[in-house]
Design a protein around this ligand. Structure first.
Ligand code: PEP
Ligand code: MG
Length: 574
């Protein structure tokens, strides 16, 4: 069938699990550029009319797509696109460029939306730069409409989609066709394309570089969404191997869901807690089917970003819905981990944003924003006593904790004065994600109610590897011996002060890492909900003694490669 010698093996970053096999379809989503053409006075009217018509056409298309979509997360994404198109400020700016600057409608749209894109891209906040992709998508589609040059996109069931990046509206179209897999050149692991491919169960690999000589329409492709391999034109043996793996994976997923109902106990009876990392309300039903014990990390920044006001009422509604839908389990809500209100704000552009105005630093500089969020959380707590925990992001010094606790006290005093019912003892804990906190963990543990280790940022800051930089993505490895030692130091400090400790970074979702964390005595892990059954299966199938042995050996290793070898042998033994 296949000659065998022509297969090309590319690697990228695996972001949505599973094996996809199908024929290649290349989507040209190359960004548009527009020349700054000037128009004459008498052309202004027709350009304003084009602006109106194109906006109305796109709005009706997006609204139709939204109404027809069965997936709530897709509906939300399209709604955000619709809101951008409807934004009166966008309209005002584009009109001004046509009327006063005498720019063509195409260039007026291009340059206006570029101003928003640039602010998001330079904000330094990962999810915000991922959102910039959405505005790029609107910009390009809008320009295509005004220039009457819309791209024809054809794809069929079972295709493997190759694209530079996939804008949300296109992703929604893709979701209707059962594509086999997605391979992207760009994409951030929190981009909408990735979030949707995960919720749709489409294997997806990002940061993969190919050229048009390597991939042609119709070529057979295998995508491994677990290891990040993309094999173009595989030989018969590779094909047979992956087909077999795909079958095994499918039955394993079915099998693993059975674990969701089992008790959270190791083989020798030691209990553990597997909780969910959540961003959207639509993720909540999955908590029950996948056996999550409440929420270990509720990221609030996307929700706040998508609202027009950081309104207490809107926040109360969102947090109450989350608490209602998580039965009687505990919910850890992280304070806003971003910089700048709505990020359409000059304060957001910084030379080194990841080392900049983020998390608690921004919150303490924006007391109104912080107070509103705390007020909403305390108000909600009145109806859900004992279930809420507050998590503070990006702490790097003790003083920040003291300052934050003072603001929380002020908020409580005000609510008391207003005779509003609230839970006065909501635990306030911190993300351990900056190395200075690990070094000071012993002191800090006496000032907080719990620790939650964020291995994503802890890895970035400890190894000096930008987590969003695709050029050095191979260096971003949370299994580095330094990270394991830092986790152990943090755990010892927590034990000494008798405070709970959990891990909520990506690491916890890998069964072998979860096993090692449990072996180190950390029995509270939070992860993306889909990962829970597999992690549970591994923890339930081992004794604590076996898990202790694994973590002892990991902590003895000095080299990253040694840790990977240990884990792969351990996985193999399972
Ligand atoms: C982390 O840094 O590990 C974490 C869980 O937070 P986020 O990925 O949202 O920065
Ligand atoms: Mg973090």
């Amino acid at each position: 069938m296949n000659p065998g010698s022509n297969s090309i093996d590319l690697t990228g970053k695996a972001v949505s699990n599973g094996i996809g096999i199908g024929s290649a379809t290349i989507l040209s989503t190359k960004s548009t550029t527009v020349r700054p053409d000037k128009i004459d006075q008498e052309e202004i009217k027709s350009h304003l009319q084009k602006l109106k018509d194109s906006r109305n056409l796109l709005l009706s298309e997006y609204e139709q797509l939204r109404d027809e979509s069965h997936l709530q997360s897709a509906k939300d994404i399209l709604e955000a696109q619709i809101q951008t198109l409807k934004d009166p400020e966008v309209k005002k700016r584009v009109q001004h460029k046509i009327e006063s600057d005498r720019l063509s409608v195409g260039y007026a749209i291009f340059s206006t939306l570029n101003e928003y894109i640039q602010l998001l891209e330079t904000s330094g906040v990962k999810w915000a730069s991922d959102r910039a992709v959405d505005i790029v998508a609107i910009r390009d589609e809008w320009i295509d409409v005004v220039s009457e040059n819309r791209r024809e996109i054809t794809m069929s069931k079972g295709d493997v989609i190759f694209a530079e990046d996939i804008p949300p509206a296109l992703m929604v179209k893709i979701s209707r066709i059962k594509v086999a897999a997605i391979v992207m050149e760009k994409g951030g692991d929190t981009s909408h394309a990735v979030i949707l491919s995960q919720s749709l169960g489409i294997p997806c690999v990002i940061n993969t570089h190919w050229n048009r000589y390597q991939v042609k329409k119709g070529m057979l492709v295998i995508v491994d969404g677990l290891d990040g391999h993309v094999i173009i034109n595989p030989d018969d043996q590779q094909l047979a191997q992956y087909e077999e793996r795909r079958e095994r994976d499918l039955s394993r997923v079915k099998e693993s869901l059975k674990w969701a109902k089992k008790e959270n106990l190791t083989k020798c009876g030691k209990s553990f807690f597997l909780r969910a990392n959540v961003e959207f309300l639509e993720e909540l039903p999955k908590l029950t089917t996948h056996g999550a014990k409440g929420i270990g990390l509720l990221r609030t920044e996307t929700v706040l970003f998508e609202t027009t006001e950081f309104d207490v009422k809107e926040q109360v509604e969102f947090y109450s819905n989350v608490l209602k839908e998580t039965k009687n389990e505990s919910v850890t809500i992280r304070l806003f981990d971003a910089g700048g209100d709505k990020l359409i704000n000059d304060k957001s552009s910084e030379a080194n944003p990841f080392l900049g105005w983020r998390g608690v630093r921004m919150l303490l500089d924006e007391p109104q924003l912080l107070k509103k969020q705390l007020e909403a959380l305390y108000r909600v707590s009145g109806d859900f006593t004992g279930r809420l925990k507050i998590l503070v992001p990006m702490v790097s010094r003790l003083e920040e904790i003291r300052a934050l606790k003072l603001v929380a006290e002020e908020v409580r005093d005000e609510l008391k004065r207003q005779k509003i019912k609230f839970d006065p003892s909501i635990p306030i804990g911190i993300m351990v994600e900056v190395p200075s906190v690990v070094m000071m963990a012993n002191k800090i543990a006496s000032q907080v109610d719990f620790f939650s280790i964020g291995t994503n940022d802890l890895t970035q800051y400890t190894l000096a590897v930008d987590r969003g930089n695709e050029k050095i993505s191979a260096l971003f490895d949370s299994y580095h011996p330094a990270i394991w030692r830092m986790i152990k130091m943090t755990k010892d400090a927590a034990d000494e002060h008798n405070i709970p400790i959990s891990v909520c970074g990506e690491m916890a979702s890998k069964p072998e890492a979860a096993a090692c964390l449990m072996g180190m005595g950390i029995n509270d892990l939070s992860m993306n909900t889909s990962a829970i059954p597999n992690v549970k299966a591994v923890l339930c199938s081992h004794t604590l003694k076996e898990l202790n042995e694994l973590s002892d050996r990991v902590l003895e290793e000095d080299e990253l490669e040694g840790i990977h070898k240990l884990f792969s042998k351990w996985k193999f033994k399972e």
